[in-house]
Design a protein around this ligand. Sequence first.
Ligand SMILES: Cc1cc2nc3c(=O)[nH]c(=O)nc-3n(C[C@H](O)[C@H](O)[C@H](O)COP(=O)(O)OP(=O)(O)OC[C@H]3O[C@@H](n4cnc5c(N)ncnc54)[C@H](O)[C@@H]3O)c2cc1C
Length: 385
Amino acid sequence: MTASVLVIPVTERGTTMTHHIVVLGAGYAGLTAARRAAKLLRGSDVRVTLVNRSERFVERVRLHQVAARQVPPGQPLSRALAGSGVDLVVGEVAEIDAEARAVTLIDRPGRITYDSLVYALGSTADLDAVPGLREHGFAVADVEGATRLRERLDELPAGAGVVVVGAGLTGVEVAAELAEARPDLSVELVTRSELGDGLSPGARRHLSRTFARLGVRVREHQRVTAVERDGVVTAEGLRLGCTALVWAGGFRVPPLAARSALRTDELGRLVVDARLRSVSHPEVYGVGDSASGPTVTGGETRMSCQAALPMGRHAAVDLARTLRGRAGKPARIRDLGLDVALGRRNAVVQLFRGGGRPVGAVLTGPPAAWIKHRVVRVAAWLAGA
Ligand SMILES: Cc1cc2nc3c(=O)[nH]c(=O)nc-3n(C[C@H](O)[C@H](O)[C@H](O)COP(=O)(O)OP(=O)(O)OC[C@H]3O[C@@H](n4cnc5c(N)ncnc54)[C@H](O)[C@@H]3O)c2cc1C
């Protein structure tokens, strides 16, 4: 395990008057929460510690580009945190003791105690979703997976087959990116539902046309049940041969909250109230993919950068308000829509009405790609990277 960038003293609860805020995870949600809390509480007797598995901030929304060798895999957190007053500890969280208000790290003695905790550990690919996937599959849900896929793609000769499983946002972006960056490969996209599920007819048409132009074969209504060394098998009886299999069949969250006394949902996400505080332990805030919070339209927050950023910001603001003796306020998280990249010069922007219903008109092509590019840049900037 890498050494911490800044070594913080591990204190036992109650030995200091300083209020210690510990943020777990330095993705979009956690980095936003840590920097904002430190800024809002500057000058007060509060210490903010950010714990992350690596010393890099990873723009997960660009991991398909990492796999296609278009962008480097992250940037130093030390740069994002310079002058912020946030202490960074690089280490893997092993356990949360919600009763003792303490966190233990792998390969590190002692515990980090907290007065307030922000749980922001994000999500990753579910490599146990089907037999054989862990041994033979690739994923782009984290930087290690995207880097492994990049190395595999470098080895593939012209004409090699790549199967992408899952036609949600991630699968669509991966398939389009790979087909555009490596036109010599034969890319297939397999989905158990339909391409563009949940999008308007205009957006779906644009996806179909784009994949036809890129030469991506789309196979709908096929549920992959097993992954083998040289192909995949579906419940409908299809066997597709391939030399690389990319799994984009949904994310899963770390099991840490579920293993502690914190209340979680069936997916293991921390269940939070309108202020994003754990319903079982209100000194713990849950933000980003690893928490399930309410949206303004009465639904649940979607695992997305779009939700992670305002959730992180809200946790910091709520903490600052309450530590200054003011009343907390409910978060107002909205699901505004999707901006799906289809390679470097094409995208589709789909806005939602309340309740997640897609509006009929969509923006496509280079103007949508330009918006997507700006959105990605602004997201990293909002997080402070
Ligand atoms: C290819 C791809 C494209 C995407 N495109 C979009 C998009 O267009 N729009 C959109 O809204 N969303 C998109 N997403 C989803 C988006 O990236 C996530 O929803 C978002 O990153 C969630 O942010 P987060 O801060 O909750 O978690 P993360 O960004 O996953 O950050 C979690 C952090 O916690 C750390 N961590 C985890 N476990 C531990 C541990 N045990 N100990 C220490 N540290 C740990 C991780 O290393 C990471 O730094 C995309 C995702 C992918 C993979």
